[in-house]
Design a protein around this ligand. Structure first.
Ligand SMILES: CC(C)(COP(=O)(O)OP(=O)(O)OC[C@H]1O[C@@H](n2cnc3c(N)ncnc32)[C@H](O)[C@@H]1OP(=O)(O)O)[C@@H](O)C(=O)NCCC(=O)NCCS
Length: 181
């Protein structure tokens, strides 16, 4: 499995991935604000993705993550794994990849669903499992959805080899999948 920085060609498949979660997040595919944010992340190298079959840019996307860097605070602005590939470690692999790239000490923050939001429990369980601590409640989303910050401290050395790489192989998933089969 390879984690790559998305390129221009990944924009249409990224929108296909976004379409899968519009019922959860609200409209994105036709939203110019989302499209601009996505383009900006791709241009500055903070849109990370996993392509099906380790394909080239423009292949179907299995997962994507957008990262907003405001050192020493980094925010996950968007994280989605394709429905067909959930619970196989892709979300964890993306988070751990960005954790390795972030220079420490730092904090990684995500604003996610508050407790009791329909469809929000997987994300809450996921962040708790990947080392985040539930923190303050934040202003509800546009449709009044309760939201909560989850925070994770990053200590220790960043992997200095990673930031230069366009794509990096994640071997941990291979082990995880092998142990499941
Ligand atoms: C949240 C999301 C990104 C998780 O991605 P994923 O690749 O399925 O997560 P992983 O396979 O790495 O899961 C790691 C751990 O998180 C927890 N977890 C993940 N999904 C879960 C679920 N549906 N229910 C309960 N726990 C869950 C589990 O502890 C899991 O470990 P396990 O499978 O060994 O039990 C994915 O469900 C998703 O895209 N959801 C829709 C979009 C969304 O909510 N994004 C986050 C909003 S900020």
């Amino acid at each position: 499995m390879r984690i790559c920085r998305a390129q221009r060609e990944d924009l249409p498949p990224w929108l296909d991935l976004a379409a899968e979660v519009e019922s959860l997040f609200g409209p994105m595919v036709e939203d110019p604000v989302f499209r601009r944010a996505l383009s900006r992340n791709i241009s500055r190298g903070t849109a990370y993705c996993i392509r099906e079959g380790e394909g080239s840019a423009g292949s179907r996307l299995l997962a994507g993550l957008l990262l907003s860097p405001r050192p020493p605070v980094y925010r996950i602005g968007w994280l989605v794994v394709a429905k067909s590939h959930r619970r196989s470690g892709l979300g964890t692999a993306l988070v751990e990849h960005v954790v390795r790239e972030i220079p420490s000490p730092a904090e990684l923050v995500v604003i996610t669903f508050g407790p009791g939001v329909r469809g929000g429990e997987p994300a809450r369980q996921f962040y708790a499992r990947t080392g985040f601590t539930p923190a303050e409640n934040v202003e509800p989303g546009p449709s009044g959805t309760p939201r909560q910050a989850f925070r994770r401290r990053i200590e220790g050395e960043a992997d200095v080899a990673q930031p230069l790489a366009v794509c990096a192989r994640d071997e941990s998933l291979a082990g995880r999948q092998a142990s499941r089969s």
